[in-house]
Write a new protein. Structure first.
Length: 199
């Protein structure tokens, strides 16, 4: 069973999932004020998008549809996807090398049942994919309860999206902002409350 992947007969479902992913990405870009060069970590259960339990129903075609939907929005704006692998790869990250040129890379190639269908699609689609053990992303999308918090910058702030499902999977999104430090006498830069500005 560990190596089994599934296919979908109804292509309308795949197209709807791609459309859902586009809507989520577009809303997150606007709400989180993402800009060129930012990184969005994405954890994705293709099983959950089809109404199955996480890790039980890996569907490469759905992973590719979600990637295509997200990338159509993020890629056009110069925003990088950091694909979080499943727990079999300790939630390692797959990302374009140009986004993290000085990061310490590790050697693994994700597969649908050892990394996940979404991470596999990213690896196959990126120009120069690399794997990392850790990253601190500017924002995140959790598709189906995959737990992306370990790869977000401090401080993570929940983002309530109107488009809160991809397929049947619940979406939890987040942005990040700089920490407030200094205590009650400190004064703060109001512009930083909503995220990291472009310097």
């Amino acid at each position: 069973m560990a190596g089994i992947t599934y296919e979908i007969d109804d292509k309308n479902i795949v197209e709807q999932i791609k459309s859902d992913a586009m809507n989520v990405a577009a809303e997150l870009v606007e709400t989180a004020r993402l800009k060129k060069g930012d990184i969005v970590v994405v954890g994705c259960s293709t099983s959950e998008t089809l109404g199955n339990q996480v890790g039980s129903h890996s569907v490469p075609e759905v992973g590719k549809a979600i990637f295509d939907g997200l990338q159509s929005i993020f890629g056009a704006k110069g925003i990088y996807i950091a694909a979080q692998c499943c727990e079999h790869l300790n939630r390692a990250i797959i990302i374009e090398h140009e986004a993290v040129p000085n990061a310490e890379i590790v050697n693994v190639v994700p597969q649908p049942k050892a990394g996940g269908s979404f991470a596999t699609a990213c690896y196959a689609s990126f120009k120069a994919p690399v794997a990392l053990e850790h990253i601190k992303a500017n924002a995140g999308i959790d598709i189906g309860g995959t737990l992306i918090g370990m790869h977000l910058r401090e401080v993570a702030v929940p983002v309530r999206l109107k488009h809160n499902h991809i397929g049947k999977a619940i979406i939890i999104a987040a942005r990040t902002r700089p920490k407030f430090i200094g205590g009650e006498r400190a004064q703060y830069n109001e512009a930083l409350k909503n995220g990291y500005p472009e310097f």
